[in-house]
Design a protein around this ligand. Structure first.
Ligand SMILES: Cc1ncc(COP(=O)(O)O)c(C=O)c1O
Length: 417
């Protein structure tokens, strides 16, 4: 097969392809592998029940044909966009209209569009990049750029909270917006670390991006107000210079592929234009399923009272269990402030995180090596090979079994070194 430069670029292999392949195969086949690697959200019974009732209501009301039988506009289902705008305005002082919102086929899809809007080659011959102010960052950004050399990222400051807990912070002394930066992006909460950037950090990034006249992209796939998988205080923000990306996936609907972009009208028009070219229109099933809970605002309460509580209980269990199992060895867990992951740092560990990943795979546990989560940070830094990401979204007994093996393997590698 002879491929264009574009074809070669996107088929040469990527971390996210391997990850999603592993995840999809494991979820669709009978395997004994303990899946503590991928980012599939939990099946939360209460949320599944509500979604099932919504689907039943759609069928009973005779709306099913309309839901599956019509294309929406390239921007998404307009009555749904209006309901979203109204709901956000009720809770926050954002002054949105439906012209500030577009749907995409998952938020990953939105990042593909938006990153390539603001980085890459420009008409005047200049090249711009996306600045990721805090490494580690989401593996799914890594291979998105149509051109190579697409990201710049900076080493974080590491704040040690106690003997076994730490937190990353943006190093604002180093992190600067230079002329070759087209946009700044952060995930809040951060995949892979569970870090939540503080309101002060967000405020500083807003000042920097406004001054440089470039957008601040906030990836709120786990954020407020839904799915609200945040265990610390974090104020949701939006203004004309912020592109806020949200998703229904971690609320419990990854299969319906619904991303939500909130931005100024110019950006929304651009997203709609590419939606039309790339996929005619975004899928409408997600919008139909959550239409009522958006109209009555209960998606916000469900997120806070069901989704957040559910993950927080799992998070505490996994954090305490792993801390106990690792005992006195030299380890740090990132303070878990949100998302679905524990981020384990093993300073001076005798083997790399890629090698540890392989060893654990042999023992039937899938995690993700931390080395995958440093897009744009090209400098050598030992820390990049000393961390693993562990997902705690699976059933508690699977998580517990996986953590037992992980701790056992780590201790035995230390003993043999
Ligand atoms: C930080 C972050 N952003 C975006 C996405 C994309 O999610 P989706 O395309 O399902 O909305 C994910 C998925 O895991 C994620 O972790």
């Amino acid at each position: 097969m002879k491929l264009s430069k574009y074809g070669e670029h996107y088929t040469k292999g990527s971390g996210i392809l391997d990850l999603m392949d592993d995840l999809g195969k494991a979820l669709s086949t009978d395997t004994n592998m303990l899946m503590l690697g991928g980012g599939n959200p939990s099946h939360i019974p209460e949320i599944e029940q509500i979604m099932q009732e919504e689907m039943q209501r759609i069928i009973d009301n005779g709306e099913f044909g309309k839901v599956i039988g019509n294309y929406d506009t390239p921007q998404g289902n307009v009555p749904f966009l209006k309901s979203l705008a109204k709901m956000f305005n009720n809770f926050f002082d954002w002054n949105l209209t439906e012209k500030n919102i577009a749907l995409t086929n998952g938020s990953q899809n939105a990042f593909f569009y938006i990153f390539n809007f603001f980085a890459g080659e420009f008409k005047n011959g200049s090249k711009k990049k996306i600045l990721l102010p805090l490494a580690p960052e989401y593996i799914g950004y890594s291979d998105i750029g149509i051109t190579d050399d697409f990201f710049v990222s900076y080493k974080p400051e590491i704040e040690k909270i106690d003997n076994h807990t730490f937190k990353y912070k943006i190093d604002f002394n180093n992190c600067k917006i230079t002329d070759d930066i087209g946009a700044v992006c952060i995930s809040r909460p951060t995949n892979p670390t569970g870090n939540v950037l503080t309101d002060d950090e967000i405020s500083e990034l807003r000042k920097m991006t406004t001054k440089a006249n470039i957008p601040l992209i906030i990836d709120s796939a786990y954020g407020t107000p839904f799915p609200n998988i945040i265990y610390t205080d974090a104020t949701p923000v939006w203004d004309d210079n912020i592109i806020l990306s949200m998703s229904l996936s971690k609320f419990g609907l990854p299969a319906v592929r619904t991303g939500i972009v909130i931005a100024n009208e110019e950006v929304i028009n651009a997203v709609s234009a590419v939606n039309a070219i790339a996929s005619l229109s975004p899928g409408g099933i997600g919008a139909s399923l959550v239409k009522r809970i958006v109209q009555n605002g209960s998606i916000i309460d469900l997120s806070k009272n069901i989704v957040q509580k559910y993950y927080y209980a799992k998070c505490l269990k996994a954090f305490n269990s792993l801390t106990k199992k690792l005992g006195n060895i030299d380890f740090y867990l990132h303070k878990p402030e949100g998302a679905l992951f524990l981020w384990l740092w093993l300073p001076n560990f005798p083997i790399t995180s890629d090698e540890l990943y392989e060893q654990l795979k042999k023992r039937g546990v899938l995690v993700i090596s931390g080395s995958n989560f440093f897009p744009g940070l090209n400098e050598d830094w030992k820390h990049k090979n000393e961390c693993i990401r562990i997902t705690y979204a699976q059933n508690d007994d699977i998580v517990e079994k996986g953590l037992t093996i992980i701790a056992d393997e780590i201790k035995s590698i230390w003993r043999c070194s």
